[in-house]
Design a protein around this ligand. Structure first.
Ligand SMILES: Nc1ncnc2c1ncn2[C@@H]1O[C@H](COP(=O)(O)OP(=O)(O)OP(=O)(O)O)[C@@H](O)[C@H]1O
Ligand SMILES: [Mg+2]
Length: 405
């Protein structure tokens, strides 16, 4: 009996407040948001009218993954609510993650239930049994009854099946007299630079009143972002080189703060698993490999098997290459055909399909491709670069295959 309580005794932990390293943690102080002053100012300018109860500008934010788009939007929305309340203006913020809620009906339901207060309005937003148009009507009533201004944050907007219809309905709500007194503003967020191309003329002109880009961080900024979170660890447990190393690794492709924080958290977990009292640089290196592998597995599991066979061929060729030499598509195709039959007993796809798969892998930012030697009279060819270490890519592909079999 008495032994049961002993499990947690003697377990050393390097963490003091691990929540600081959770990805959705929003610092409560702008001093802890590094290097985004001009973006925060631009957002504040766009939202400013709401502080006075007027309609805020709609904005579209885009930038690569881990550049602080979600963080800055959530932070600004929070600031807006408190600044407006000092003027007796009631602002509601509906933050919708369109990756989780990807259809128009899900988005409107999520929006409605976030800003609703059922006891006051009597409205409900059940998961089923209510049409999309009815959800809209309920959401309009909630807005008019409870708020002077509502800001809808549509994060990961490119993941929505068809963003046009929702954007149009939301942006034209006042014009179409769906809402009477409440003013509505939209913040759209995407990490696909070409996202705007998917919008029709009307959705684009209404959403993109202002759009701005969040550029990647440099290694220095990433280092400061990590330092601002070192309270996650107990005093003195981080070896001196740990944060610079994690920052340098995360800034290698593009300055991705999410990746940096993931690496640091994983390094801490690895130290903890070993019951080490210090997080060393070697933990950071191991954490980097693991997070890279986890990320690849997550992305590649969604891809068809032949996409992984093609990628594995690229990785195997890359491994054989000296230094920085790039892999040629014709060699990829040859090796791909060989491993299809020899390792996977599967008929290889046509060269045209292989090319499509390479294109898709490029879109997923797993490989990079450049056209070479396409000058006059020369036959051009594509060079393929792997963005991660070949061993990690091969390992991730194999892990998915053995899971599936
Ligand atoms: N300037 C910053 N200062 C402090 N922390 C930051 C900063 N930028 C990003 N972070 C942290 O890095 C992580 C990733 O940031 P965020 O989620 O905002 O990225 P994102 O641009 O929305 O990426 P994605 O496109 O993948 O959604 C979060 O934990 C966030 O708190
Ligand atoms: Mg985000």
């Amino acid at each position: 009996m008495g032994d049961i309580s002993n499990y947690f005794e003697g377990v050393t932990t390097v963490f003091r407040n691990k929540d600081l390293l959770q990805i959705d943690h929003v610092p409560d102080n702008e001093r802890l948001i590094i290097g985004r002053e001009s973006q925060l100012n631009a957002l504040a300018t766009g939202l400013q009218p709401a502080v006075e109860g007027q309609k805020p500008n709609n904005v579209l934010i885009y930038g690569k993954t881990g550049t602080g788009k979600s963080l800055c939007s959530k932070f600004m929305a929070r600031q807006l609510v408190s600044a407006a309340s000092e003027n007796d203006v009631s602002v509601g913020v509906a933050y919708v993650d369109c990756f989780q809620d990807s259809t128009e009906s899900q988005v409107i339901r999520a929006l409605g239930s976030t800003i609703n207060d059922q006891e006051v309005t009597g409205e409900t937003f059940p998961a089923s049994g209510v049409s999309t148009s009815e959800c809209y009507k309920r959401a309009w009533r909630v807005m008019d009854e409870l708020y002077d201004v509502v800001v809808v944050v549509l994060d990961e907007l490119d993941k929505m099946d068809d963003p046009n219809s929702a954007l149009m309905n939301l942006s034209r709500a006042a014009e179409a007299e769906k809402i009477q007194s409440c003013k509505l503003g939209i913040i759209g967020i995407s990490n696909k630079p070409r996202f705007k191309d998917r919008l029709n003329e009307r959705a684009r002109s209404s959403l993109c009143q202002r759009d701005f880009v969040f550029p990647p961080y440099d290694a220095n900024q990433i280092e400061k972002i990590l330092e601002a979170r070192d309270g996650a660890f107990k005093d003195g447990v981080l070896e001196a080189g740990v944060i610079p190393r994690a920052a340098a690794l995360a800034a290698r492709e593009h300055g991705d703060a999410r990746k940096a924080i993931d690496i640091l958290r994983t390094a801490g977990e690895m130290a903890q698993e070993e019951q080490a009292e210090t997080v060393y640089e070697r933990h950071v290196d191991a954490a980097q490999v693991q997070t890279e592998r986890d990320h690849l597995i997550e992305v590649l599991t969604e891809q068809p098997p032949h996409s992984r066979y093609v990628l594995k061929s690229v990785a195997l060729l890359d491994q054989r290459m000296a230094d920085d030499k790039a892999v040629k598509s014709s060699d990829v195709n040859q090796l791909y055909r060989q491993i299809c039959t020899e390792q996977y007993s599967s008929d290889p796809l046509s060269w045209r399909r292989v090319r499509d798969l390479l294109h898709e892998l490029e879109f997923l930012e797993i490989i990079e491709r450049k056209r070479k030697g396409a000058g006059r009279g020369e036959g051009g060819y594509m060079e393929t670069h792997l963005l991660d270490a070949p061993e990690v890519v091969i390992d991730a592909c194999d892990a998915i295959e053995s899971e599936a079999s």
